[in-house]
Design a protein around this ligand. Structure first.
Ligand SMILES: [Zn+2]
Length: 342
């Protein structure tokens, strides 16, 4: 049955599209949100982009989808945030928010009385995430991260939520899926609260390339089609992708500030024992070598020279036996515009 929806005290009637700024209580932040309450009955889906303010392709894709989709296209309700972390977007900061230096995707379920990033997480969870049937969070490699596109689904939730999330992730045209064991990310917290959710990673290193934007728009539309919000997308043709599921992932970090010289690019195969990179001091004296603990594929890496403790140097994963990876995608060093630039 068609019904009026309510998010953060904003009511939207059926067959109505609202584009507005939503204030985050007790912060100076307002989030640009598009709420499309459809012409037809169906589930409610939340799409967020810019939880990390400098992960651009998902933000641009969300802005464009919010502008282009109309109630006539929607069965149920679609809520899009573009971007979530507005102050981080303007500060052009990697991972963190400028007010308190915290990573929004590490503080869920948040807190209404602590600093601004905690308040933002609390607000997102209670006013949006807990009110939807499905949740899709669009990320990228951050300013200093290059990555091979992949998607996460939550591994900490009920079996039913894990399975629904995995099926959503299979609608994404990527080579790999990663089962996450985290609990403090937005999508992890959503899943723990019974909302099937995924996180997608596309593009990075501060670029906002048209090919990544278009692929992200396809990703969102495929998931929306899968859950029944846009059944007529692509003339009702359902796509099936066969991403490989990865469980053994190694995230390398430095334990002190250093200069990082990477040796492998994202998407590349690596052999057990192979040198992935090394750190030096400012005089070029070698400090530490990082070698692969197992053979696999490089999922993302930091091409930046500057490394501080707690920041990831690279992340690589073990591959299913016998799997031969696709060629590495065009990374940061080659990003020619595609032919079908719109
Ligand atoms: Zn991110």
């Amino acid at each position: 049955m068609l019904h009026t929806v309510c998010f953060a005290n904003i009511h939207v009637d059926p067959c109505t599209k609202l584009r507005t700024l939503v204030d985050v209580p007790r912060t100076l932040n307002a989030i640009p949100v598009t709420i499309i309450n459809g012409k037809y009955d169906g589930p409610t889906v939340l799409v967020t982009a810019g939880v990390h303010g400098s992960e651009y392709p998902g933000i641009a894709a969300s802005m464009e989808l919010g502008k282009e989709l109309e109630p006539e296209d929607i069965h149920g309700c679609l809520v899009i945030m573009h971007p979530v972390n507005v102050s981080a977007f303007w500060a052009r900061m990697a991972e963190l928010g400028p007010e308190d230096g915290l990573n929004l995707n590490r503080v869920f379920p948040g807190n209404a009385t602590l600093s601004r990033t905690y308040k933002l997480a609390y607000f997102l969870l209670h006013e949006f995430i807990l009110k939807v049937d499905y949740y899709l969070d669009l990320h990228s490699g951050d300013l200093q991260e290059d990555l091979h596109p992949y998607a996460y689904f939550p591994g900490n939730a009920s079996e039913e939520v894990i399975e629904k999330s995995r099926e959503m992730a299979k609608q994404i045209n990527v080579e790999y899926l990663v089962r996450s064991t985290a609990t403090t990310g937005a999508y992890n917290c959503a899943a723990l609260n019974g909302v099937p959710s995924i996180l997608v990673e596309r593009g990075g290193t501060g670029f906002c390339c048209r090919e990544d934007i278009e692929e992200y728009k396809d990703d969102v539309m495929h998931v929306l089609q899968h859950v029944g919000v846009t059944p007529d997308y692509d003339h009702g043709h359902l796509h099936t992708f066969t991403p490989q599921e990865l469980t053994n992932i190694e995230y390398l970090e430095a334990d002190k500030p250093a200069c990082w010289f990477h040796q492998k690019h994202c998407g590349e195969m690596i052999e057990k024992g192979e040198l992935l990179g090394y750190t030096t001091d400012f005089f070029g004296e070698k400090q530490e070598e990082f070698r692969a603990k197992f053979s696999g594929v490089m999922l993302y890496m930091t091409p930046a020279l500057s490394i501080t403790p707690g920041r990831v140097l690279c992340a690589y994963a073990e591959l299913p036996e016998g799997y031969v990876p696709q060629a590495p995608h065009d990374h940061v060093h080659t990003h020619a515009l595609p032919e079908k630039v719109k």
